[in-house]
Design a protein around this ligand. Structure first.
Ligand code: ATP
Ligand code: LTN
Length: 333
């Protein structure tokens, strides 16, 4: 264990502009842990290059993702915020764990299958071994809890299996992590195709609300959101369009579904969509203001990255030393 407190680790890829799915499903929930846990939040740039990136954009998004972490309420004094490629131990452990992860296990990962279909011209080895690097991120810090959206459940299960197998074969080395999948914002769906996940890499910009979208854009996207036939604001899983909007409204306002149904009783979808847009824009306004302030100060962001990388590297070094000894490598002090 690293000290007394339990450890949290999570990561977000700087692979696109962050969406309200990333916000409600992941980042917004992170700050609640800072008092009780030792928290590591990482910008996973090494994962992002499993699909092709334009270098200048990747660099900008790495700053932006870090700035968004802070703008969403993560205090760098209370959380270790850092960039994955600044701590080489992630790659080192990934190689070692890759040698006890089976081809068959990785072949079953649905994200690999999805992304291979989407990027058929670039099915690279990194895309295939992505979950091993993710397991290394987590296991390197002896993580107890991993807050993620439900889409990451399968990767998390694999990370647990990798840890359990290593502990069994080589002796107790890693804490076996648990996932923490928040009920709120578990899975925010696309606004144009409400049976598919809202995803930052969706080429259809109308399907996705970005954290940094201006208010008029947010209102417009919700106004155009696909809803089902019918006109009543009532929660019904068989009507995925309205169910998704109700779930977004609930996340932003804290109102329960029956309360929302009463609020919009006798009013049509139009009124409701406008209210969802307003609630979303109002909630995001302070995040956007803080983000702009932070992006104007790269020096500050770099100082956070540096301090974060030092703290993370120190914690990672302890695990690496243990792993080296377990595997029979010579651990020079
Ligand atoms: P991509 O579209 O490039 O696959 P992504 O939008 O899924 O990316 P990630 O960086 O892979 O984003 O995920 C960051 C975090 O946000 C993860 O914890 C993930 O589970 C969560 N997340 C992503 N999309 C959603 C969503 N639509 N609803 C809830 N949580 C989400
Ligand atoms: N695979 C995750 C991002 C990610 C992550 C992690 C999440 C990389 N390493 C470690 C939690 C813990 C994703 O695509 N959302």
């Amino acid at each position: 264990m690293l000290g007394e407190n339990k450890v949290i680790f999570s990561g977000v890829q700087p692979s696109g502009n962050l969406t309200i799915g990333n916000y409600l499903g992941a980042i917004r929930n992170f700050s609640a842990f800072s008092e009780e846990y030792r928290c590591f939040y990482c910008v996973v740039d090494l994962h992002a290059v499993t699909v092709r990136q334009v270098p200048a954009e990747l660099r900008r998004r790495t700053y932006e993702t870090l700035a968004l972490y802070i703008a969403c309420g993560l205090d760098p004094e209370k959380n270790t915020l850092f960039v994955q490629s600044h701590v080489p131990a992630h790659c080192e452990l990934s190689w070692m764990l890759g040698c006890s992860t089976m081809f068959g296990e990785l072949s079953r990962m649905t994200q690999f299958k999805d992304k291979s279909q989407k990027h058929a011209d670039n099915i690279n080895a990194g895309l295939f071994t992505y979950p091993v690097l993710m397991a290394s991120d987590i296991l390197l810090y002896q993580t107890d809890l991993v807050p993620v959206g439900i889409d990451q459940k399968q990767h998390l299960e694999l990370a647990r299996n990798i840890a359990i197998r290593f502990n069994h074969l080589m002796g107790d080395t890693f804490t076996v992590p648990d996932g923490y999948i928040s009920k709120d914002g578990m899975k925010i769906m696309s606004l144009t195709e409400p049976t598919a996940k809202m995803s930052k890499s969706d080429p259809n910009k109308n399907a996705v609300v970005y954290i940094l979208d201006p208010k008029d854009e947010i209102l417009r996207k919700f106004r155009r959101a696909v809803t089902d036939s019918g006109s009543e604001v009532r929660y019904d899983e068989d009507r995925p369009g309205i169910a998704n909007l109700m779930s977004i409204y609930r996340c932003f306002t804290g109102k329960e579904y029956d309360e929302i149904e009463r609020e919009f009783d006798g009013r049509g979808y139009g009124d409701f969509k406008a209210a969802v847009g307003e609630a979303c824009a109002d909630a995001l306004a302070p995040v956007q203001a803080e983000f702009s302030r932070l992006m104007a100060d790269k020096g500050y962001l770099e100082s956070v990255m540096k301090a974060g990388a030092e703290t993370a590297a120190r914690a990672a070094a302890r695990t690496m030393s243990k792993v080296r000894r377990r595997l029979g490598f010579i651990d020079l002090k």
